[in-house]
Design a binder for this molecule. Structure first.
Ligand SMILES: NC(=O)NCCC(=O)O
Length: 370
């Protein structure tokens, strides 16, 4: 059997969780799972492990509590989960989409939900995450609702990336805004304008494909073109809508793009004070349905970790040997065999207003005998 540097099989293996982390988990009522996704031993390159931590959680106060109190409760509990991740030696943690707030976009009401928006560079949540990052030498990916006051107070769905020194490395915005089910986010913010940034950290190159972007294979591809080795997919999605797709999309993206993917979803059912409808003839209701958690990590060779719970708060830790990305690129050659010029030509034709689909019909094919 192939072994890695530690002499253990390089396939999946459960990691030990430190006692200190277990204490945090018991006190905070959340699960911790830890796995290793190793690579084959190479002669010239030592293994290059990045230890990631994925956090999934519910709200800690009702959606009707004062905004400041809701944010403070989330900071407190998520801070404890991050401390558990630090106690496990995590290098990079990623929080769930819009982690500081209820996913109140279903309501289409502006207040109080827009009051959760914050400045990405200097807002209280970024300051909070900077301290976690510098205290624990850990990169923090913090997806928030952004208020961009330099551009007319516009709102964005943004992930802030803070490096392990505590400095803001940059931000990246959600590229694809859903128009499906109760996901009425297009009432609040537009498609992101930051492209497919990849962030070079001390531990490896990371990117963030926020939620609905996971349904778009070309979106995943663009992060690979820019050299991502790990792509986080912080999400907020509900069972009746997307659960059949959940285990497939991020895993498939990992295979197709020779990188690791980390799919993260919140848990719980959020209730809103005023009823809203789903535009499907059904009855008005006060809840968004069940956010099913099930966060997981997928490797470029198709392996994946088990998922966190569908109902409980949790921290998923995974050791990723980034050498596996190039090993899979060499083995399968998807990047090498991709016909990018042909796709680029197809795309540039398809976006023209006078586009004619390239369909061969009998009538056009005059060279053939009837
Ligand atoms: N947050 C978000 O974009 N949700 C859309 C639904 C989905 O992609 O599953």
């Amino acid at each position: 059997m192939e072994v890695d540097d530690s002499g253990l099989p390089w396939t999946d293996r459960l990691l030990q969780v430190s006692e200190e982390a277990q204490k945090f988990a018991k006190a905070g009522g959340f699960d911790i799972l830890a796995y290793k996704l190793g690579a084959q031993k190479e002669q010239l390159r030592p293994p290059r492990y990045m230890r990631v931590g994925l956090l999934q959680h519910s709200l800690f106060l009702p959606t009707t509590a004062p905004v400041e109190q809701q944010v403070a409760a989330l900071h407190k509990h998520v801070g404890e989960m991050a401390a558990a991740a630090a106690a496990c030696g995590v290098n990079v943690i990623c929080l769930q989409e819009a982690w500081t707030m209820p996913f109140g976009f279903c309501t289409r009401e502006k207040l109080p939900w827009t009051e959760f928006a914050e400045n990405a560079e200097e807002g209280p949540t970024t300051t909070f995450c900077q301290k976690i990052a510098s205290d624990h030498n850990m990169v923090v990916v913090s997806p928030i609702l952004e208020r961009d006051s330099r551009h007319g107070d516009t709102l964005w769905n943004t992930a802030v990336v803070i490096d392990n020194s505590g400095a803001v490395l940059g931000k990246t915005r959600k590229n694809h805004i859903p128009r499906v089910g109760d996901f009425n986010e297009s009432t609040y913010y537009m498609e992101g304008n930051t492209g497919h940034r990849v962030f070079k950290t001390e531990f490896g190159r990371i990117a963030v494909n926020i939620c609905y972007g996971r349904h778009h294979p070309l979106n995943w591809l663009a992060y690979a073109l820019n050299g991502a080795e790990v792509v986080f997919n912080p999400s907020a999605t509900v069972g009746l809508l997307s659960e059949p797709l959940w285990s497939i999309e991020a895993r498939n993206a990992a295979i197709a793009n020779h990188y690791f993917t980390c799919a993260i979803n919140r848990v719980g059912t959020e209730y809103y004070p005023n009823e809203f409808t789903s535009g499907d003839g059904g009855k008005a209701h006060n809840d968004f349905g069940h956010f099913y958690g099930s966060s997981y990590v997928a490797a470029p060779d198709g392996r994946r970790t088990p998922g966190l719970s569908r109902i409980s708060n949790g921290l998923l830790i995974a050791d990723l040997d980034l050498n596996l990305c190039r090993q899979m690129a060499d083995q399968w050659g998807f990047r090498m065999t991709g016909r990018y010029e042909m796709y680029a030509e197809d795309l540039s034709r398809a976006i023209r207003h006078d586009f004619q689909p390239n369909i061969v019909t009998r009538k056009q094919n005059t060279g053939c005998k009837e």
